[in-house]
Design a protein around this ligand. Structure first.
Ligand code: BYC
Length: 482
């Protein structure tokens, strides 16, 4: 079989020769009904009988891997897709640098590797759970289709991690695969593993911010895992990254379209001051300061996903050759980091300042720095739209010490510029920085469904181009009667 092609003959589409791997095939087939139950219980509420114009992978070749067609979501062909094996690939970093990449789990690193796979796996169903009610308030069929595309692909990412658990981790891998279907986002007793995945995604601005900021953490973490010396993990993550790119596109363009609509409406109404919040809201669009607050919230929650700035876990995973740096293969150093240092932003004597730390211990910080640079690119594009429409306002990412729950700044309160605040000052000023109840209520009031082809809710501009180059009036979702 050509490894780039996906075999759709069995229950589980794959390009890993599942047909010849009876043990893993049976294990995955046994897991399948539980997955479908989970999807039916926790996947998008309603719309399961609707026909959605979805893309499905037919190959893992970067050119032409996707086919678009109408599909009912429960019939989506979730599968196991790995990027093709690279002949003679070597472990690119750490203690084993230069040795042949592992095709089996190295015994001494088994527990560490399993933990990385489980954490990655846990985020995927979590995001589907967080987004499950959004279909009902979709601002257009185009947006609804994009939401469902993101959801089915996150489901596929869960399959990708479960394949690794079932194939390489025996009994405990099977138990972990079960547990991934049991935990629930936001559940008081059985929550998802990482903080941001237990937050609510109550409205479409949150959804776009989440796919912009939090899916971008997904990109950074997947890029770091794609460098892994454990080749099946590397290959899995490489293919997941192609899907992740679309999720971030949905986020970036979603926020852009909201900003565009706001600025256009302000211009039409002759309002030039972005802080005339009530006047702007009367136009039925989301004022820019509130968009800024949502960005503050999602950015800060996502920074927590990088873990502690100084981390022995991260050092061990790198040293072992399991998790690299962002695009490790493009970096020019010894790829072992036994002696170098890296500047880490820390709280020293009540002041936030840089301090050099051993480079190996500072890997979470380094990945987070790379993330912030990546985030700023799209923010720059948002600001260009605002500037072009002549409104004096700039979206800015808050300081990394703002609103943190993990790491160096979890114990302090800071404003968006990184100035320390007392608890009392923070409480007083909190709603300057983060959405207040009334901001949330206002946004919620706008979340009225718009399900007619070629129509968009009044707070969001239409996209520049359709998905799969479809025309504006294309019916991306054929909604079945409930
Ligand atoms: N919440 O040594 P530390 C995605 C725990 S998103 C709760 O600093 P480490 C996606 C930590 O587990 C990408 N707990 O940790 C996006 C540890 O606990 P234990 C997901 C946290 O390991 C959108 C302890 O604190 N993938 O794909 O260096 C939609 C000490 O911390 C948190 C990955 O994250 C937290 N935020 O760094 C769908 C990649 N942070 O073990 C999908 C895999 C830390 O001592 N994961 N803790 O009990 C990792 O690489 C690392 O585990 C982390 C944490 C970066 C998450």
């Amino acid at each position: 079989m050509n490894i780039a092609q996906v075999d759709y003959d069995g229950l589980i589409p794959n390009n890993v020769g599942l047909g010849q791997d009876v043990r893993v095939k049976h294990a995955l087939e046994k897991w399948h009904p539980g997955y479908i139950n989970w999807w039916n219980d926790m996947g998008p509420e309603g719309f399961q009988e609707s026909l959605v114009y979805l893309r499905t992978a037919i190959s893992v070749d970067p050119k032409g891997w996707a086919k678009f067609d109408y599909v009912r979501m429960p019939d989506y062909r979730w599968g196991v897709l790995l990027a093709p094996q690279m002949e003679g690939r070597k472990i690119p970093f750490g203690l084993h640098k230069g040795e042949d990449a592992w095709q089996e789990v190295p015994g001494e690193y088994r527990a560490m590797l399993r933990r990385l796979v489980v954490i990655q796996g846990d985020t995927e169903p979590a995001s589907v759970e967080q987004q499950r009610y959004l279909g009902k308030t979709a601002p257009s069929l185009y947006d609804m289709r994009n939401l469902f595309q993101v959801n089915v692909e996150e489901g596929r990412h869960l399959w990708a991690m479960v394949y690794l658990l079932q194939k390489y981790f025996g009994t405990d891998g099977r138990e972990e695969a079960e547990a991934l279907l049991q935990r629930r986002s936001g559940h008081p007793d059985t929550p998802r593993m990482l903080g941001a995945f237990n937050e609510k995604t109550p409205d479409w601005l949150s959804f776009f911010m989440f796919t912009y900021f939090t899916d971008r953490d997904g990109k950074m973490q997947l890029e770091a895992l794609a460098q892994s010396g454990f080749d099946p993990l590397s290959r899995t993550c490489r293919f997941m990254l192609t899907e992740e790119a679309h999720h971030m596109f949905v986020g970036e363009t979603g926020v852009t379209r909201i900003i565009q609509r706001t600025c256009e409406a302000m211009k039409e109404a002759g309002i030039s001051d972005p802080n005339e919040i009530e006047k702007v809201r009367k136009l039925g669009v989301i004022d820019l300061p509130t968009i800024q607050k949502k960005a503050n919230m999602h950015f800060s929650l996502t920074l927590d996903l990088f873990g502690n700035e100084i981390s022995t876990n991260a050092a061990n995973a790198f040293h072992a050759g399991l998790k690299g740096r962002y695009r490790e293969d493009r970096l020019k150093d010894d790829h072992q980091l036994e002696s170098g240092t890296y500047p880490v932003l820390r709280l020293i004597d009540g002041k936030i300042q840089n301090q050099d730390a051993p480079a190996l211990s500072a890997l979470n910080m380094r990945l987070r720095d790379d993330y912030v640079v990546d985030c700023n690119v799209g923010v720059g594009r948002w600001n260009k739209v605002i500037a072009e429409l002549g409104i004096p306002f700039e979206i800015k990412l808050p300081h990394v010490s703002f609103h943190r729950h993990i790491g160096e700044f979890a114990s302090i309160k800071a404003d968006v510029n990184g100035n320390l605040l007392s608890d009392a000052e923070w409480e007083k000023r909190r709603s300057e920085f983060l959405p207040s109840d009334s901001d949330r209520e206002f946004i919620e009031s706008l979340m009225q469904p718009q399900f007619e082809p070629n129509k968009f809710a009044g707070w969001i501009a239409p996209p520049r181009v359709g998905i799969d180059n479809k025309p504006g009036d294309f019916e991306y979702v054929k909604i079945a009667d409930a």
